[in-house]
Design a protein. Structure first.
Length: 317
């Protein structure tokens, strides 16, 4: 759907221009109003006003409410039907001055009016139900004994404190962290250190759940503005930070991705438009969330991001 909000706005502006010209025509030659008044009114109100509002609403409301529109394809159908309906009504009304005598002209007018009406139902459905309560954030990932220590530490840097205080002192050594920890599972590490694995996992999961107490998705300017200025932006509970040399995952935070691989910006700009990075919320959104907001297949974005990552030398840390 990503281009349709833009097209709605462009179409709205074109109808505004045509509406103004027709208004001017009526001002200059009032007798023409009988034919073009209806067209003037509907170009301005159904074309300009409605399409401008729809375009802006489709761009803003999914972000405002952190959920995609319920029927993304409907945006396209609304655009097509609204334009066909409006042009059909305008043409038949202007050509025959709204003086109906039945027959096919009236039939075309009624069909166009019905087409436009269907487009309004679609608009209602999408814009009304996009305002349903935002979807709950996905629960924080549960750490299990078969996960590799290194992978857990990469995804949850906060886990390091729990590992260290539970007796895994060797992890303080960066070499051990980047070598041994990558191949050893939590169960194996606990066995080696004589630590009760179930007890340790309970402690670790509790600590991570507490750490995830901040809002799951502090997207958008209001949430940011509420945060004290001196406090650095924290990653959201469900997002993970990418490091140099790693591949991008669905839950990778966009902010961390473009820091490590600035080249990936081009992929977002290509699919979401160039204004994408003017939105402060992007830094806290995961790749999957941005794809959902723009109704683009997340797998496609991920594929392209990872292609860029594979080619690009990672940025200096
Ligand atoms: C350059 C801009 C415009 C011009 C020159 C203009 C001109 C006119 C004129 C001359 C009429 C009277 C037609 C008659 O004799 O019945 C009229 C009616 C009307 N215009 Fe405009 N107009 C302009 C913009 C707009 C806009 C932006 C809107 C809506 C957003 C609008 C909505 C209407 C409506 C609803 C009527 C019908 C009013 C009624 O039935 O009493 N017009 N316009
Ligand atoms: C599904 C979309 C729509 C359809 C099918 C439709 C149809 C019609 C029809 C059949 C008329 C009577 C025309 C006549 O007297 O010859 C009319 C008049 C009017 N419509 Fe619509 N319309 C639609 C959307 C809108 C919207 C969105 C607005 C405003 C936001 C609007 C504002 C008006 C106004 C102000 C008039 C009175 C015109 C006058 O004074 O002559 N219409 N419309």
């Amino acid at each position: 759907m990503e281009n349709y909000p833009r097209w709605f706005i462009k179409a709205g502006l074109i109808y505004a221009l045509l509406g103004a010209l027709l208004g001017l025509g009526m001002a200059v030659a009032p007798a023409s109003a009988a034919r073009i008044r209806f067209v003037h009114i509907h170009f301005n109100l159904l074309g300009f006003m409605t399409m401008m509002v729809a375009g802006v609403a489709y761009h803003v409301l999914p972000r405002f409410n952190a959920r995609p529109v319920p029927w993304p394809k409907g945006v396209k159908y609304q655009f097509i039907l609204q334009n066909i309906g409006l042009v059909g009504m305008a043409f038949t009304h202007a050509a025959w001055g709204g003086i109906w005598s039945g027959g096919w002209v009236q039939g075309v007018f009624i069909a166009s009016a019905a087409t436009a009406a269907v487009s309004f139902f679609i608009m209602f459905y999408n814009l009304y139900f996009v305002l349903l309560p935002a979807r709950p954030a996905s629960p924080p990932e549960r750490i299990t004994g078969d996960m590799k220590v290194g992978a857990v530490l990469d995804r949850h840097p906060k886990a390091m404190a729990v590992f260290l205080e539970s007796g895994f002192a060797a992890l303080a050594n960066p070499v051990a962290k980047s070598t041994l920890a990558k191949v050893v599972t939590i169960d194996q590490a606990c066995g080696k250190h004589g630590i009760d694995s179930a007890e340790f996992l309970g402690k670790l999961n509790r600590a991570l759940a507490e750490g995830a107490g901040e809002p799951a998705r502090p997207a958008g300017p209001p949430a940011q503005a509420a945060r004290p200025v001196e406090e650095p932006a924290k990653p959201v509970a469900e997002g993970s930070i990418i490091r140099s040399g790693e591949r991008c995952k669905p839950d990778t935070l966009v902010g961390s991705l473009i820091k490590v691989y600035p080249q990936t910006k081009a992929v977002f700009e290509k699919h979401y438009g160039e204004g994408c990075f003017s939105c402060p919320g992007q830094a806290f959104e995961t790749v999957r969330q941005t794809a959902e907001m723009h109704n683009i297949d997340a797998a496609l974005i991920l594929k392209e991001l990872n292609e860029v990552i594979a080619q690009a030398p990672p940025a200096a840390p």
